[in-house]
Design a protein around this ligand. Sequence first.
Ligand SMILES: Cc1ncc(C[n+]2csc(CCOP(=O)(O)OP(=O)(O)O)c2C)c(N)n1
Length: 335
Amino acid sequence: MQASPEKLLWMYETMVEIRNYEETMANVYLEGKLPPQIQKGLAFDIGSGPVPGEMHLAAGQEPVAVGVCAHLKKEDTVVGTHRPHHFAIAKGVPLDKMTAEMFGKVTGLGKGKGGHMHLFDPEHKFSCSGIIGASLPPACGAGLAAKKMGEDWVAVAFFGEGAANQGSFHESLNLAALWRLPVIFVCEDNNWAISVPKSNATSIEWVADRASAYGIPGIKVANNDALEVYEAVAPAIERARLGEGPSLIEVKTDRYLGHFQGDPEVYRPKDEVSNLRKNDPIPKLAALLKSRGLMTDAEEGVIVARAKERVAGAFAFARQSAYPAAQDALNDVFA
Ligand SMILES: Cc1ncc(C[n+]2csc(CCOP(=O)(O)OP(=O)(O)O)c2C)c(N)n1
């Protein structure tokens, strides 16, 4: 399927927004966590500063989120991972409420009680979890619901290549295939599961090859490229909407930052990230848009400024919002 000019421009602007969001968060997250006597990267106080808790950022992985979500409508479900911001932004989760959640503020999606790995937005049908491999079963549930309701809605489960070795991966693919559920399983292969490279944990080169074991299509995207993802995913979405069942897609993508913020990354070859950044998908899509006459230099400036403004606005909203009241600490808590 050819991407329309509108889709291409949307993918570009959304990737710019995601990148700026992640880079802004990388800086804001460190506020208050690095006392002067502690060297950067060696240790910090994870509980202090305006954004407490762990932080997993997805800079570099934008093509996976936009290439898939460009096909979705509001009624479609997306279940993300512990590294969820790019998926949430591409699915249309409001930036203000999402950021406030990470700041622990009462205006957040979960009234500030979930944090960055637990973003729940029923209106935009988005959720995620800190549990690895936990995205696949709920996506099957959403797919089953859509099927029983007679709707053409689809559900997308995003997960890492590390998660693909969890039992939940196999159980979900089996059930979705058996019941012909409208689910698109998207493996975001950034080659690392914390410090473990894929070759040390996965018996085959492509997780997508496992699709044949369940009798469903397995689609491989070898490049970290938004347009390639968009085109590769199209038949899977169509198949799901037609009631023909699930597909498994694997995208080779690049993680530019540490597994978590503060990760000293001693396990990573020194020049790996600088080499990966040479294939940055954002300038690549900008060049394509310009070569097709869809964006001028001036328009690029407007798009980038607009995306950055949205991000800055969300961080300002989060900072200005109030913390939940102490007497509400046990409300909305079920475990
Ligand atoms: C069930 C479970 N086991 C272990 C962990 C600890 N853990 C957090 S992230 C991670 C690696 C995940 O790797 P991958 O699925 O490739 O995703 P990526 O971090 O590369 O996005 C692990 C093992 C967890 N959160 N949940």
